[in-house]
Design a protein around this ligand. Structure first.
Ligand code: CS2
Length: 475
């Protein structure tokens, strides 16, 4: 081979047992490592076929490398590259949806895992149920060859049932509360619209364990590719960069009990993952989003830059003080100590996690990251000035212009509606009212409760800017 990692004549090292939908950097820096470690510890045929639901880029980069790649752990003073060889193939769904279904109906495949991001579930983020008007859902209801992740799950399960093959376990690895129950709900809903008996079979035989996944994985840059080459001496067109920390809590509920020995790889196999999920979504992802919007507006490019600014360091701690009363700690975890670990992880200067990257898709992220905490704080009468500022900062961010008058490249499935809510001559109060009226994000009750405090926060933010407002609400 001219470039790329050494060719491996023995590929596949292990037969495929897992199909993964949504093969982004996160799963390649996370799930693939656990599966590799589980097989190294306890064997099993758990090779992975990855599926890209949109772009061919990952497939094109990995194919000349025989699907192998480097995962690089980045600590402040410790850079550890590792070769990962658990991928057996990468398919690109829009090019050949039948090949994806064929992989998913192989009886040797016991698990279909997913990282398709919040919006990939085609659900209403305020209610958690399937959005039947979503164009991809509409398409998939009328066609055997689907385009959405939900459609692939349903159509593959339909074919397995017809062929007398047991269902696979559906393993959601996205940052959604009760992600297993969400994916089960949208799969059953779509299946019922196609064939009620199929839905009954999936409900009875299928398994959808919930999981909590945690590892900070910034998007790979061109600079990373150059750096990995000088580190390892081999050119890798698609390495992944990640922090050393990793946590995976999984409900141990798989079809026929069939799964890799993930516990041997360090995953926590538990009966109920709800407490882990709530803690992580509210304390990590909630503050991540809050720091991303306020930090971006204050001109900070990355999370470590944001948190090294003493104003935002204090703001982060004040956010945790507001969030912790709304979190029930999982067994054995002290939430103040957990917050300090998060602080240290954010401060890792080797992880250049862009505020812009985290700011993406806020309409899909806010409900579980910030709004559910606010709802509980309001019900309990607890003040939450920092959380209100975070919501106002998101509104300012999605209105599309930063504090210096520059356009913001807002990426969000509702970007147009959000930008439309903020006409140039609107006051902060008008913008808050318009965005709060979007029922895909805020139900009527919550919108009513947020109106006054978020308007006040927005007025402060528009008048003083993000940094000074953060200082003001922290004091
Ligand atoms: C981040 C997450 O981009 C984002 O929205 O908050 O990807 C975060 O880095 C991971 O959930 C950490 O486990």
């Amino acid at each position: 081979m001219e470039a790329g990692l050494p060719d491996n004549a023995l590929k596949p090292i292990s037969a495929t047992g897992i199909v993964h939908l949504g093969l982004g950097a996160f799963f390649r820096a996370f799930g693939c490592l656990y599966v590799a470690d589980a097989m190294a510890a306890s064997g099993g045929d758990w090779g992975i076929v990855g599926v890209s639901l949109r772009s061919p880029n990952t497939r094109d980069a990995l194919r000349p490398q025989d699907w192998n790649y480097t995962a690089v752990s980045l600590a402040e003073n410790d850079v550890v590259p590792r070769q990962i060889d658990v991928l057996n193939d990468v398919l690109v769904a829009p090019e050949d949806p039948m090949a994806v279904l064929a992989a998913m109906i192989d009886p040797a495949v016991k698990i279909v895992s997913l990282t398709v991001t919040e919006k990939g579930y085609c659900h209403n983020s305020a209610t958690g149920t399937l959005n039947p008007d979503h164009p991809d859902v509409q398409h998939d209801l009328g066609h055997d060859l689907p385009i959405s992740a939900v459609g692939f799950l349903v159509r593959a399960l339909q074919r397995r049932r017809a062929a007398g093959i047991a269902p696979f376990t559906v393993l959601s690895c996205d940052n959604l509360p009760e992600n297993g129950r969400v994916v089960r709900g949208v799969v059953l809903d779509m299946a019922r619209r196609i064939d009620p008996e199929l839905a009954d079979w999936i409900a009875a035989e299928g398994r959808f364990p919930c999981t909590m996944v945690d590892r900070i994985t910034p998007a790979t840059t061109q600079g990373d590719i150059v750096r990995v080459a000088s580190l390892t001496g081999v050119t890798d067109a698609a390495p992944v960069m990640h922090e050393p920390f990793s946590q995976w809590a999984i409900e141990d509920d798989f079809v026929g009990g069939e799964r890799p020995d993930l516990a041997a790889a360090g995953a926590e196999m538990v009966a109920d993952v709800t407490a882990h999920e709530h803690m992580k979504l509210r304390m990590l992802n909630g503050t991540h989003s809050a720091l991303a919007y306020t930090g971006y507006l204050a001109g900070h490019e990355t999370i470590d830059q944001t948190i090294s600014d003493p104003v935002f360091a204090a703001f982060a701690r004040a956010l945790w003080a507001e969030i912790i009363p709304a979190v029930v700690p999982p067994n054995g975890i002290v939430l103040d100590a957990y917050a300090e670990t998060l602080f240290a992880r954010y401060a890792n200067p080797a992880i250049r996690h862009r505020t812009w990257q985290i700011a993406m898709d806020g309409s899909q992220k806010l409900p579980q990251r910030l709004l559910s905490t606010l709802r509980e704080n309001i019900a309990a009468g607890r003040p939450s000035p920092c959380l209100y500022l975070a919501v106002a900062a998101w509104m300012r961010y999605v209105s599309g212009t930063d504090e210096t008058g520059q356009q913001i490249d807002v990426r969000d499935p509702l970007a147009e509606q959000l930008r439309g809510a903020a006409a140039a001559d609107d006051t902060p109060a008008d913008i808050v009212a318009a965005i709060l009226s979007m029922r895909e994000i805020f139900d009527e009750d919550l919108a009513g409760q947020l109106k006054t405090p978020v308007t006040q926060a927005a007025q402060l933010l528009w008048a003083m800017g993000a940094r000074q407002s953060a200082q003001e609400v922290t004091a």
